[in-house]
Write a protein that binds this ligand. Sequence first.
Ligand code: FAD
Length: 461
Amino acid sequence: MAREEESLPERLAVIGGDAAGMSAAAMARRSDPELAIVAFERGPYTSYSACGIPYYVAGLFDDSDRLVSRSPDEFRQAGIDVRTRHEVTAIDLDRRTLTVRDLDARADREEGFDQLVYAAGAVAVVPPIPGAQACQPVRTVAEGERFRARLRHSRSRHAVVIGASYLGLEMAEAMVIRGLEVVLVDRADQVMGTLDRDLAAHVQDAAEGVGIRVMLSVEIEEIRHDEDGRPRGVVTSAGTLPADHVVLSTGVVPATELTQAAGLRHGESGALRVDDRQRCVEADGVFAAGDCVESWHRVLQRPVNIQLGTHANKQGRIAGVNATGGDIAFPGVIGTAVSKICRYEVARTGVSEREAADAGIDVVAATVKDKTRAGYYPGSGPIWVKLVAEKHGGRLLGGQIVGVEGAAKRIDVLAACVWTGMSVDELELMDLSYAPPFSGVYDPLLVAARQTAKAVRKADG
Ligand SMILES: Cc1cc2nc3c(=O)[nH]c(=O)nc-3n(C[C@H](O)[C@H](O)[C@H](O)COP(=O)(O)OP(=O)(O)OC[C@H]3O[C@@H](n4cnc5c(N)ncnc54)[C@H](O)[C@@H]3O)c2cc1C
């Protein structure tokens, strides 16, 4: 939609200087070179890769600046007034002002805005366990730097990671790489709740294979610290573990304290409710993007809050364009995600069998174990592919892959199939590539599709 001159906003304010916020600011700048744009970020960095923090902690590289894809100065040179170490403490939608605290000067001031992009992300959940408050999360570059410095300066060898999500697993592996003895504890009875149990079991094997002790169905009762505030032990329902380092990976919630107070609408997930233009529809000129918002799930057909950098970057771009008079829709999500956990690439898209059951969708599922290369080609390893399809008609609704290689890119094929509503019958004969170093002549996806199509025919009568 062409932007009319008279509707040009005078000043765009952005709250949150990472993936969603700075994507919005950069797109707004590109769409409207004249617009005044100010971005408030309470930390010292902008556009940093939280995703790279476990690899930095592991010591795969030493310079934390490499986690920053665009610094505050680079944004300033592009004409965006970036205020780092500035925290927004209140939003007044009627007066169109923000209360902003300069964290270094310890001074508050009011800042006006015409358009607002809220992109404050998510905050770590601290479980209600004695001693948990004293454990720092490791979600930002600064927190990653502090944590790595503690590892470097301590001769202690015991670490406990609480929470076996992909983040907990990545951090556990990072500390194994640094030579620590690591215990991973979760109250759930499997690692990685985003996978079905059968695929998660392979991830657990991989973690245990590098020496991580995995304790499941275990409750944390207390985290003990010494008089200097350093962790000393974790008391669990299965005994007390020595712990010189504790990482809490017990989930996050959308950062909505300010938007709740401002009277914006939130969905059942607790995240901000936005339309497909990233607009908070009840407040003119207010947009939101990233971990703090709900996104439309194309398979579940309802809003969900899934925290991924892939969603945050795209939604931020869309918010930035639409805040400057454009008209782009965000098409929704299917929760495509990938991680490297010890020897395996671990990937998922769409819905798992359990998520389908929870949503009342009748599905059939099939899992195949295959090889990543032709049998005679050196270096082949195992790969498991699980597909979930609608019981009636066989539409592909989701996939999970765990394998020594090739899971990361194969999941994108499955994502495209789920996205476009393809059936497992169609996938079974799809023209995928082949050469011995990459797969057998039937790619593991095609083998899995064949098994799933068979199961659909059987279940569907
Ligand atoms: C360790 C780790 C690994 C990850 N790995 C992956 C991965 O491999 N793939 C993937 O897709 N995703 C990954 N993610 C998730 C991804 O990093 C997030 O989804 C993404 O960063 C969300 O971007 P965002 O801009 O919405 O929020 P955030 O990145 O959380 O940014 C929000 C920013 O707002 C600032 N802020 C908040 N409140 C205020 C306020 N009141 N005033 C001023 N500033 C404020 C915060 O300081 C923060 O910098 C990972 C996350 C972590 C922590």
